[in-house]
Design a protein around this ligand. Sequence first.
Ligand SMILES: [Zn+2]
Length: 449
Amino acid sequence: MLLAHSIRLGPTEAQCAYFARAAGTARRVWNWALAQCLQLSARGLPVRIFDLKKHFNSIKYVDPAWLNEDDQPWLRGIHRDAHAQPFANLNKAFARYFEQRRAGVRASPPRFKKKGRCRDAFYVANDKFRLEGKTAVLPKIGRVAMCEQLRFAGKIMGASVSREANAWYLAIQVDVPDQHARRSRQSNGVVGLDVGITTAATLSTGEKIPGPNPLRSALRRLRIRSRRHSRKKVKGRENMPSALAVADQPPRRKSSNTIKAANVLARLHARITHIRKDWSHKLTTRLCRENQAIAIEDLNVQGMLRNRKLARAISDVGWYRIRSQIAYKARRYDTLVVVADRWYPSSKLCSACGARNDGLILAVRDWTCSHCGMHHDRDVNATLNLKRLATGALAARTALPVASPTATSDTAAGILLAGGGKVTPVRHEHGQQDGSGQEENAEHICSRF
Ligand SMILES: [Zn+2]
């Protein structure tokens, strides 16, 4: 089972500078390769990424564009993996794009990466680094302190170094033998989970779990700090001579106060991400540990994020993250995950008698079934319907352990689809190491909104 462990690094200043240069190299090579691809396809020529890579290798130490002021090839100072991996990433990004297009899914092609706007990361192959306790020995820069030891025992498949605000992390991918990766469950419940806006998470037990508390105050501070930052930016713009006058001059450097404000803002963003991740990790671990089956809805997060009124609330809760965490933890705890079809009306069905309340709108938080007279809390009712799907899927799984075509070793503990429709593949939260920034998992329209 592939697992990833992301460990914070404690690099020296010189090592930080190397990391930044290596990440910049990866970005520049990606942009170069993407530009070549676009040029080739504009001329109607076939695009073969690995031919491009060969071409790049032949020019990277001689082409003037890749030499520094002293006509020296600066790429020699950066480890090869940092500028070789972008080709593989780009190949993967294009493959994913075409696959999504073929499937009729809304997809966007690979994009150029902009400094300061993209994820700063570069790859290190498994034979190019080693770990010695709480030290990582990386190519070109040697020993870098780590905050903790690698938790997983297994074959190391590769690693990537990436930045989050002002901190650098080493994410190590490990192929852990299944018997070591497995965790034992504490109980064998069946649960339906509804992730919502008014209540962050509702369980079919009736339990309502509020979102993380520190988030609210962090978000308030975020507003203040982004205001401070943007004020500095506006001020900087006012002082600038007109665009015509500076046309021939190099772009102005950011003032140190602007940079400071940007750093403060980035650290707060990182803190908010950590609060959210901590919350969802605790929730999903608990669910997988306590239940033999979990039913969730197949929500169209991408589609809903396009609704600007809902976007903030949705990303606050982190639906997509919860979903992917459940997927990979379920495999460790051997928990069955049942994903209700996007069109399954979990909110509209009465969990007591099965009557359908088609007039139910999003604003209505509780309602009474006109058929059986049962009074429902909207979210709890939805989770009870989901739980029923999970119970059914579980019964089917125990009754037909091998007869089902999907019950192979890999998918038995994976994701099962209920309500008719496609089986959703499992994607690992930390598993992706391509750093391509192509995170989109575009989907269709959601039935609930
Ligand atoms: Zn009813």
